[in-house]
Design a protein. Structure first.
Ligand code: NAD
Length: 420
């Protein structure tokens, strides 16, 4: 089977190759396998935005639903210069496997706008978000498709989306997005959820290797929602965070960084770079530094064929989506590096998004301790299930996680049948 030209992109090719490999292992029926290779629907929109200069600039945006077999679709919205239809479609597919793996009643979706959010003013970002929401309004809704923040978007973006959608309905609809501010129906613990989930799976992985997380040397690429929270929680657990980076570059301190002070520095300067007492290091060098745990938590394709053999960590926990290319995956596996795959390691975000959605539908809000306890239970169970499948099947954790996610979606197709 070949990929369709519409969705042509490196990430989509990778997602299809993963699906095809796992479909073979699961002995999936050819018809179901074929249906899984395509998104259910994909919308391309143009977004005219009035810029601060008075000019109108047009951006291109996408929203893709991979499948709706297990429930409404769920997935992030990213603002990035690399966004294209193929990438968004691949990420929607990965969301399907992730939601199914975590036992959530969702299909996968993803959205994106090709832009550089750092070059837009707050006013321009608001105009862009509101017009994008209006353009995709037929595809979203609390029982249809529920966006969340991703690369380059945040709580404020979700507040604008929720407000725009609500205005068209003549009432407040908190369940249309997750990852929104607390005051309008967000959930406690959502902001920390992805980083926290990473810590829970790392805890399990270290335990299996007979290690204690405390005292481990950790390197993190990306200091945004995912990377900064993972850094803070692991630092509190007693890990030594020796290297961190963001889009402007990286910093290193062999004796470990003080994450609270680093957060203050980033709040004041906008970057980790220049943090006193550290040496500068590039993003490329950071990946190859000696450490126990490496957490890529920024963008895709950071561990590749050309640097995978120099990764020194014994555990790689994928905070970002698709940070390891398939070629690098093979190299890491051969070298005995434990890779906790994205659809498992960063699933804490969508799990607490699910909690937020349920709370929003019921207008009944939970305590943070309830959220954290349920998240820990779900992450731990998922890790152990994936790990058991990996042992039984003699595979790595990524293959095992994909097998479990894809198997569940396929089972949904099987029992629902094909309409008409
Ligand atoms: P974010 O925008 O909050 O932070 C991204 C961080 O990465 C920033 O520090 C930024 O400076 C840095 N960065 C951007 N481009 C970079 C580059 N080319 N090289 C090095 N650093 C770079 O985004 P986020 O929400 O933290 O998401 C990070 C990754 O995690 C993305 O791949 C996203 O898809 C994935 N993810 C996020 C969530 C979530 O809940 N936010 C959930 C699952 C997966």
């Amino acid at each position: 089977m070949t990929a369709t030209a519409e969705f042509d992109s490196h990430l989509y090719e990778t997602a299809l190759a993963q699906l095809d490999r796992v479909a073979g292992r699961l002995s999936l029926e050819v018809d179901i396998h074929e249906r899984l290779r395509y998104p259910r629907r994909a919308l391309v929109v143009s977004i005219p935005v009035r810029m601060d200069s008075g000019r109108t600039e047009v951006f291109v945006g996408y929203r893709v639903h991979h499948n709706t077999v297990l429930g409404p679709t769920k997935g992030g919205l990213r603002y990035d210069t690399g966004v294209n239809l193929g990438e968004v479609t691949a990420l929607a597919m990965l969301m399907s496997w992730k939601c199914a793996l975590m036992g959530l009643p969702y299909g996968g979706a993803k959205g994106g706008v090709r832009c550089d959010p750092r070059k837009l003013s707050a006013n321009e970002r608001e105009n862009l978000t509101r017009r994008y929401t209006t353009e995709i309004i037929l595809l979203i809704g609390p029982d249809l498709d529920i966006p969340a923040p991703d690369l380059g978007t945040d709580e404020q973006t979700m507040a604008w989306m929720m407000d725009t959608y609500s205005m068209t309905q003549g009432k407040s609809v908190p369940g249309v997005v997750t990852g929104k501010p607390l005051i309008i129906g967000g959930s406690v613990g959502r902001r920390e959820a992805t980083g926290r989930g990473i810590v829970y799976v790392l805890y399990q992985a270290a335990r299996q290797l007979g290690q204690d997380l405390k005292g481990r040397r950790v390197v993190i690429q990306g200091f945004g929602n995912v990377g900064a929270v993972a850094a803070r929680l692991l630092w509190r657990e007693g890990c030594l965070i020796v290297g961190i980076s963001d889009v402007k570059g990286g910093i290193w301190n062999d004796a470990g960084l003080d994450i609270r002070q680093l957060e203050t520095h980033v709040a004041e300067t906008g970057s980790v770079v220049g943090f006193p007492g550290t040496t500068e290091i590039s993003n490329a060098e950071l990946i190859e530094q000696p450490c126990d745990v490496l957490i890529p938590a920024a963008v895709g394709s950071q561990i590749r064929e050309d640097n995978a053999s120099r990764v020194k960590a014994s555990i790689v926990a994928e905070g970002a989506n698709g940070p390891t290319t398939p070629e690098a995956d093979v190299i890491l596996r051969e070298r005995g590096v434990t890779v906790i795959p994205d659809i498992l390691a960063n699933a804490g975000g969508v799990v607490v998004s699910y909690f937020e959605w349920v709370q929003g539908l019921q207008y009944f809000f939970w305590r943070e301790s309830e959220i954290t306890a349920r998240l820990q239970e779900i992450m731990t169970k998922a890790f152990n299930r994936v790990s058991a499948i990996a042992s039984k099947e003699g595979t790595d954790l990524r293959t095992a996680a994909l097998m479990e996610g894809i198997r569940r979606v396929a089972e949904g197709y099987r029992v629902r049948g094909l309409y008409p």
